[in-house]
Write a protein that binds this ligand. Structure first.
Ligand SMILES: NC(=O)C1=CN([C@@H]2O[C@H](COP(=O)(O)OP(=O)(O)OC[C@H]3O[C@@H](n4cnc5c(N)ncnc54)[C@H](OP(=O)(O)O)[C@@H]3O)[C@@H](O)[C@H]2O)C=CC1
Ligand SMILES: CC(=O)N[C@@H](CCC(=O)OP(=O)(O)O)C(=O)O
Length: 348
């Protein structure tokens, strides 16, 4: 390991997001992957499971019972575990001086009372919710942390649908261009969004050549999107969000609808998006019809398209990304790099 590289560990490496993280960390010049853990692959070498360079491929996969010991060798731990698991691991890691970027929802919501309702557990470390930085790098206003990711101890990496929806609506709420009390988001995700777990609704026979809504009125990204847009617009945001399971492996596309307030003329809405994302290397603004899964799958980019309808006083935004990259692992790398001051993820 070169002295200048920052040592990183990955807990939950056997999951879809964890495996992507392993590839991204192994490829980054400023990072060194020093430890990985997951029960399913314990006893294997990482390279037997994930295509990584030989130097990293030799790493043994430890069981999750050794997660803290493994992560203590690192400066930053990436948690690619379910929310309830991350909620318990993160406080212990922080107590040992290990910084954390968590890919789950465990630290995304500021209100501890939201956890039983949306995630099904009482939060074991509610005091950390105010400290966690909500890491959507292209929408700084979605976090309340002064200083953003830089020097944060704990970063909550946004959810996949939430990333796409917030990117789609933040420029509009920040400018007061829409009524934040009535926003609508239709989301469609590939099956890898659900993780590697076994579930009847994820069987090939249920998913293939099919399309269905799920968790209607009850999806955990609803409060996350509302929280970010309330912060960005400094007004209470209300979002009706309906996710759908799409029979593809990777990628997610949301279509957001809202009513124009009149504060920004319809003809200037597209320019608003181009200005908002001009500094963002990984967010592209195109025509709504050019926002496709094929353009973003297997890339760290999000692609947005916006069209205002002057006749109806409404606006439609399409937003697509790879759920495992900009929706999870590559966004976590963006956050990790910002946290430690490493060069940003190269946009390929
Ligand atoms: N998939 C996606 O598109 C996105 C996922 N996320 C979030 O990222 C995290 C990882 O997601 P994903 O990779 O899809 O999930 P997977 O189900 O594919 O992987 C989960 C990982 O966590 C481990 N794990 C599961 N249960 C436990 C447990 N009780 N104790 C310890 N370890 C456990 C698994 O290990 P093993 O099976 O080996 O025991 C596996 O390594 C989740 O919080 C998810 O919500 C966020 C954005 C997008
Ligand atoms: C297709 C599918 O099931 N997708 C997942 C999205 C995973 C995710 O981002 O969830 P967290 O908020 O738990 O991190 C879902 O809808 O729950």
């Amino acid at each position: 390991m070169s002295a200048s590289k920052v040592p990183v560990s990955i807990l939950g490496v056997s999951g879809f997001a964890g495996s992507e993280l392993a590839r991204l960390v192994a490829d980054h010049d400023s990072l060194s992957l020093v430890g990985v853990a997951a029960d399913r692959w314990q006893g294997s070498k990482l390279g037997e499971r994930v295509r990584v360079p030989a130097s990293v491929g030799k790493l043994p996969v430890a069981p999750m019972s050794d997660a803290i010991t493994v992560a203590r060798q690192s400066e930053v731990a990436l948690l690619a575990t379910p929310a309830e698991v991350s909620a318990k691991l993160a406080p212990e890691l922080l107590a040992h001086g290990v910084r954390v970027v968590d890919l789950s929802g465990a630290f995304r919501l500021e209100d501890p009372a939201a956890y039983p309702r949306w995630y099904g557990f009482d939060h074991p470390a509610p005091e950390l919710l105010a400290e966690a930085h909500y890491g959507l790098p292209e929408v700084a206003s979605a976090s309340t942390r002064t200083g953003g990711a830089k020097d944060a101890r704990l970063i909550a990496n946004p959810g996949c649908y939430a990333t796409a929806a917030i990117l789609a609506l933040a420029p509009l709420v920040e400018a007061g261009a829409i009524d934040p009390g009535s926003m609508y988001v239709d989301g469609k995700s590939g099956v890898s969004g659900a993780g590697r777990k076994v579930e009847e609704r994820l069987l090939f026979m249920e998913v293939d050549e099919n399309l269905s809504a799920y968790r209607v009125g009850n999806h955990q990204h609803t409060p996350e999107i509302e929280q970010a847009l309330s912060r960005a617009g400094r007004a209470r945001a209300s979002v009706t969000f309906v996710p759908h399971l799409l029979p593809v492996r990777r990628g997610l596309l949301v279509t957001a609808f809202a009513r124009l307030s009149g504060a920004v003329p319809p003809a200037q809405i597209e320019a608003l998006f181009r200005r908002a994302y001009a500094p963002a290397d990984l967010v592209e603004v195109r025509a709504p019809e050019d926002v496709t899964l094929a353009q973003v799958a297997y890339t760290p980019y999000a692609r947005l398209g916006v069209r205002a309808d002057a006749e109806r006083g409404s606006v439609v935004v399409t937003s697509a990304l790879d759920n495992l990259l900009k929706g999870a692992a590559s966004q976590a790398l963006q956050n990790l790099c910002a946290m430690i001051g490493a060069p940003p993820l190269s946009p390929h």
